[in-house]
Design a protein around this ligand. Structure first.
Ligand code: 5AD
Ligand code: SF4
Length: 439
């Protein structure tokens, strides 16, 4: 009988994509995915450490596994991902949770089958973390979650060192995949019937700077747009300081490249942006937004915002709120600043209480919700091309899909529509989704 595996993933799309590869490798070894953690013969925790909360979840979940391991001594438990790349984290973890069998990091995930094999044969724990990034390993099997849309990582790592961010420490420096490898993967996805590709990287618009061949993110996008069968190309995340006119032109020229840009602003205050080492001012960000909106009038702009950065004043928060009102973000991921050891901001003096941070955070969310609802209200009675992704999450008898700008739409339809572009008229709106009917 086939053995079962279960993977729990925390964090960003990059982690999701890494988990799809772990899944692909396990399927190659003859394992089958388990719906329930308790039934699995191997459990993998793919961890995130971008905020303290993400780490606390991992500890809580590992604690829960102790009893399961006692009941099933042959169960193998593996922990991997960004959290494991932090100095002495692996040692700390194995001391606290000695029942963990395998620990590895972000740079050596491709070696997981070897670790599993050794762990089973030698009946001992395996801990291996590479502290330096290696060359990109191509050709790892991928078991994708969706049959309509696929993530394709085009570059790994980040060189930006925003002062709050742990990512450059745990994902290493920027490394781009070659255009050839990326195009081959997307051609293969197109031939398998995938319709939407999301190009992933911590800073996709830095793509190619480390390659010997002359290629930019804009030129890569243009090449991908020529691949038959792919209907939509998304990409994330873009850094405002690297967003070129060329890229805006390429997006506006190609109908397959969606008119949506995820452009984290982080703060609307130049003072805070400087302390964050973001490389742009409030005015430069706003000018960039105006330029994008001029060239791509129906563009959807989404963002990330951090509240409670050390030393943040009431005036800084008002700057962030007024910037949100001016840009009218289509959606925003909002976070309360979390102190990360090893980053520059870790040593910044912070005299703002948690209570004030939460108060500011809630005010920001309220404004963003109002903006989002008002953006959505403009869609009422409008007709949109929706790429149908599958059954709706809340009501499986209905379908869900997205507009080009990334807005989620729920509507009634038939299963044969999955993977197709359909025309939908919007009949009702919520703050974070739309409701429609097929035309
Ligand atoms: N605290 C809070 N939010 C953070 N992010 C990154 N580091 C931190 C931190 N230390 C947020 C940023 C980034 C998103 C992925 O996570 O907004 O864009
Ligand atoms: Fe972190 Fe800044 Fe790099 Fe984004 S650009 S991953 S926020 S260091």
């Amino acid at each position: 009988m086939n053995k079962l595996y279960f993977i729990e993933t925390w964090g960003c799309q990059m982690n999701e994509e890494d988990s799809e590869k772990l899944s692909g490798m396990l399927i190659n070894l003859g394992y089958i995915s388990s719906k329930k953690r308790e039934d699995a013969d191997i459990i993998i925790f793919n961890t995130c450490c971008v905020r303290e909360n993400a780490e606390l979840k991992v500890y809580g979940n590992l604690g829960e596994l102790k009893a399961l391991k006692r009941k099933k001594p042959d169960l193998k438990i593996a922990v991997c991902g960004c959290m494991m790349q932090q100095s002495s984290m692996a040692q700390k973890l194995i001391k606290r949770y000695p029942f963990v069998d395998i620990i590895f990091g972000t740079h050596n995930a491709y070696k997981f089958p070897e670790y599993l094999n050794r762990c089973i044969q030698e009946e001992k724990s395996i801990i291996e973390i590479f502290h330096k990034e290696e060359k990109i390993v191509e050709g790892i099997p991928v078991d994708r979650l969706s049959s309509v849309k696929a993530f394709v990582t085009i570059m790994y790592g980040c060189n930006n060192f925003c002062t709050y961010c742990i990512v450059p420490f745990v994902r290493g420096r920027e490394r781009s995949r070659t255009p050839k490898n990326i195009i081959n993967e997307i051609n293969d996805l197109a031939s398998k019937g995938y319709k939407e590709i999301t190009l992933l990287g911590q800073n996709v618009n830095s793509y190619g700077k480390d390659l010997s061949e002359k290629v930019s993110f804009a030129s890569l996008l243009e090449t991908i747009a020529q691949i038959d069968g792919i209907l939509r190309i998304r990409f994330m995340t873009s850094h405002p300081k690297d967003l070129t006119d060329d890229l805006i032109d390429v997006i506006s020229r190609n109908s397959k490249i969606v008119n949506q840009i995820h452009l984290p602003v982080q703060s609307g205050s130049t003072n805070i942006l400087k302390k964050m080492n973001r490389g742009y001012t409030r005015e430069q960000y706003l000018n960039l937004i105006h330029k994008i909106k001029d060239k791509i009038p129906d563009v959807a702009i989404t963002t990330d915002i951090i509240i409670g950065f050390p030393g943040e004043t009431e005036e800084d928060v008002l700057d962030t709120i007024s910037l949100c009102i001016e840009v009218k973000f289509d959606s925003a991921f909002t976070f309360i600043y979390s102190k990360r050891e090893g980053t520059v901001a870790y040593n910044y003096h912070d005299d703002v209480s948690d209570e004030i941070k939460h108060y500011r955070f809630n005010r920001l969310i309220k404004v963003l919700d109002e903006i989002s609802l008002s953006n959505n209200e403009k869609c009422l009675n409008g007709e949109f091309d929706i790429l149908v992704e599958g059954p709706s999450k809340n009501d499986e008898s209905r379908l869900m899909g997205r507009t080009e700008g990334g807005k989620l739409v729920n509507f009634s339809g038939t299963e044969d529509m999955i993977g197709k572009l359909v025309k939908v008229k919007i009949t009702d709106v919520r703050a974070h989704s739309l409701i429609g009917e097929i035309l």
